[in-house]
Design a protein around this ligand. Structure first.
Ligand code: BEZ
Ligand code: FE
Length: 286
């Protein structure tokens, strides 16, 4: 008898949503109803657990504000962000693979000339990044807009410091006629995602760590091409196999070359040596 009520309830809710005029919204609401009800039936969800779930989502909402989007963080640790990203990029064989944007992108990063040092004044191992931006057919994309950002040696992004003075370890570059962008920075460390809120509690309760492997973020756009949002991960670093937000793709893991103490090709004196990261990004045409 109670089994009948359960199935009839799903049918009744679906029948009401079936009148949704917008066909895409209708499809989403009907699928949401059937999957949500199936979830409750499969787990035999108790009233107490349902309340705990509501209270958890309420805390996620209260934690969200400018500069802290706890709902996106929740989506990230559930793997939903990367799943949606994979669905969005189903047919892009020759393009560089994408990954999560994350919460630390800002669109008004300072425009820097090619060769600038975005890590000036920050401790860490010097890293010279040489990137080429090309179309999927290999031709260089002159004037491509390249925004880069990364954490400091302590694993924090500039916008995580309430007292900071301006941005650091981020910048906007314009590719030259050969699609080339070059900048100095520091080798980024692995770092934990913000875990002082309900998402951190969820990770704790499920015995998961909050760490992301070391990476530099790239947001690359060029006329006539799909915007690429991705990272490059440092090969050999920790957490590459257990990124808390599931963002690692093998094609995005890159080796850094080590150079002995001396003078870099642009004339910079590097008494402790320096590393280089060379990478070619390919954007698919619109
Ligand atoms: C990041 O890499 O900046 C990031 C991505 C997802 C969640 C938290 C941080
Ligand atoms: Fe990051």
């Amino acid at each position: 008898m109670s089994h009948d009520v359960e199935t009839e309830l799903t049918a009744a809710v679906s029948a009401q949503f079936a009148r949704t005029p917008d066909p895409r919204l209708r499809k989403i609401l009907l699928a949401l109803t059937s999957h949500l009800h199936a979830f409750a039936r499969e787990t035999a969800l108790t009233f107490k657990e349902w309340r705990q779930g509501v209270e958890f989502l309420t805390r996620v909402g209260h934690m969200s504000r400018d500069g802290r989007q706890e709902f996106i963080l929740l989506s990230d640790v559930l793997g939903l962000s990367m799943l949606v990203d994979a669905i969005e990029h189903r047919t892009q064989e020759s393009a560089t693979e994408s990954t999560v944007l994350g919460p630390f992108f800002v669109d008004d990063a300072l425009t820097r000339p090619n060769g600038a040092d975005i890590g000036a004044g920050h401790p860490g191992d010097l890293l010279l990044v040489n990137a080429v931006v090309a179309g999927a057919d290999g031709h260089p994309l002159a004037d491509a807009d390249v925004v880069v950002w990364q954490s400091d040696e302590d694993g924090r992004y500039d916008i995580q410091y309430p007292e900071r003075d301006g941005y650091f370890l981020r910048g906007r570059f314009r590719a030259d006629a050969q699609g080339h962008v070059q900048f100095w920075t520091i080798v980024p460390p692995a770092y934990p995602i913000p875990d002082d809120g309900p998402v951190g509690d969820l990770l704790n309760a499920s015995d998961r760590h909050p760490w992301r492997p070391a990476h530099v973020h790239f947001h690359i756009s060029a006329a006539g091409h799909r915007t690429l949002v991705t990272h490059l991960f440092v090969a050999g670093g920790a957490y590459l196999d257990s990124d808390v937000v599931f963002g690692v793709k093998q094609s995005l893991v890159v080796d850094l070359a080590q150079h002995a103490p001396g003078t870099a090709p642009d004339g910079r004196a590097c008494p402790a040596g320096w590393k280089t990261l060379d990478h070619r990004f390919q954007l698919s045409a619109l």
